[in-house]
Design a protein around this ligand. Structure first.
Ligand code: ZN
Length: 441
């Protein structure tokens, strides 16, 4: 075990998204009360943030997309603010001292829409019937004011009021559901530290489909009625998968796992804290479907519990989630991880080798090559460390950094403790240089 620490990168602007977040303070709790009307796509919200100043602050910034701002209070007193370019800059009536705890309250209304990005719209997305949220990496300000940086993890209470026929699924445990007139308020509590990009809400006509609970992790699908049987069939092995990942990655890090099948086709499934969202097109049988279930589930450990300090380290999320697919295949009696690794290596050998894994740049951070090569690094580590040391290293990584924040340098230092062989050459070849190294025997 090592003490929870804040990597050096946490105290600086994100190198890929320097306009996101404000590294001069940290938020430890968000309380969001949202009223959402799906037809007109109308959101009225209030957000209360509890934060700590890391330095003296005469002003600070929150990230928030285009909404009409009602009022802004700091420690209960009206504060001056400006709001443009996605930044809500707040000047409290009284300056904040270093180390001072403070609260910010923001009231806002508007029509939420996705934040534009090179990967399409991010964040709040209106559906034909309802809405969903998929924020990675910088979509959270599309629906709530936040300090939008992955290292700034906080607990959340989400109270969502919407017309009663709709079901609301959110990160965390459902505390209460109260119906008044034709509206219902759903209150969810997420007590695990959560980065802004992993906070989610899904609103739709969903039927809960509980999956058999083999590990003690409640798992529920929220599924359009007509797809309930297909979901129960296609996700039948997810509890077994959770049990297996619990063995190799350590105990499941959250109180529950919900899967939303949105009633639309989606490009890719997306992970959120304790939740994954799939499209109707992701249902089906066969490896290409099953590997997505494994991938999203694995993110609960890699990304969600063990969170990257900034977006340069994205391979720590995607490489381990990719390798989890291969581990599951091996465990479930399909091709072994070595077979998947060899195939990935052949694939990458035929593609441009211009990607540096530990700093891919914003443009390539979600490139499929990063996923494949990330999986290969983990496999190379397994080959080099040997089975026992590799799996001990894996479990200790998620254990020591549970609900924490990490950088690539942390993994390098961690892995080095499980072997007497120098790992420097392996990491340099796989992480720092673009050419594809051979797989270790
Ligand atoms: Zn992923």
């Amino acid at each position: 075990m090592k003490p929870k620490h804040v990597p050096a990168a946490a105290g600086a602007p994100d190198p890929y998204f320097p306009n996101s977040g404000d590294h001069r303070y940290r938020v430890h709790r968000y309380e969001l009360a949202l009223d959402y009307r799906p037809g007109p796509n109308r959101l009225a919200g209030s957000a209360r943030l509890s934060a700590v100043a890391d330095t003296a602050l005469t002003e600070f910034a929150l990230d928030l997309a285009e909404f009409r701002i009602g009022r802004v209070l700091v420690d209960g007193r009206a504060a001056r603010y400006t709001h443009r370019g996605g930044k809500l800059r707040i000047r409290p009536a009284r300056a904040l001292a270093p180390g001072a705890a403070f609260t910010v309250e923001v009231h806002y209304t508007g029509n939420p829409r996705p934040v534009r990005s090179p990967w399409g719209g991010l964040g709040w997305e209106e559906l034909t019937e309802g809405a969903l949220v998929a924020s990675q990496p910088v979509g959270a300000p599309s629906w709530f004011p936040c300090n939008d940086r992955p290292a700034d993890k906080a607990t959340y209470q989400l109270a969502v009021t919407t017309p009663s026929p709709f079901t609301v699924v959110a990160s965390g445990r459902l505390l209460t559901r109260t119906t008044r007139a034709s509206s219902t308020t759903w209150v969810y509590e997420q007590s695990a530290p959560t980065p802004t990009y992993l906070v989610t809400v899904s609103i739709g006509h969903y039927r809960p489909v509980p999956l058999a609970v083999r590990p003690a992790v409640p798992q529920t699908g929220y599924v359009p009625e007509r797809l309930a049987a297909a979901f129960a069939r296609d996700f039948a092995r997810q509890p077994e998968m959770t049990a297996y990942f619990g063995e190799v990655f350590g105990p499941y890090p959250f109180g529950e796992y919900s899967v939303v099948i949105a009633d639309e086709e989606l490009d890719v499934p997306v992970e959120a804290q304790g939740v994954a969202t799939f499209g109707t097109n992701h249902l089906g049988a066969g490896w290409e479907h099953e590997r997505l279930i494994a991938h999203e589930l694995a993110h609960q450990w890699f990304g969600n519990s063990v969170t990257i300090a900034d977006w340069r380290h994205i391979w720590l999320n995607e490489g381990f989630a990719k390798y989890a697919e291969w581990l599951w295949s091996e465990h479930a009696g399909g091709p072994g991880a070595a077979v998947h690794a060899a195939a990935a290596h052949r694939l990458l050998a035929g593609l441009p080798q211009d990607l540096r894994l530990d700093d891919p740049g914003r443009k390539l951070m979600f490139d499929d090559r990063l996923y494949q090569r990330g999986g290969l690094v983990v496999h190379a580590l397994r080959r080099t460390l040997g089975e026992d040391a590799f799996f001990a290293m894996l479990r200790d990584w998620t254990g020591a950094n549970r609900h924490g924040v990490v950088a690539t340098s942390d993994l390098r230092a961690h892995a080095a403790r499980y072997t007497t062989a120098p790992l420097g050459p392996l990491f340099e070849a796989w992480l720092e240089r673009p050419e594809l190294p051979p797989l270790p025997d």
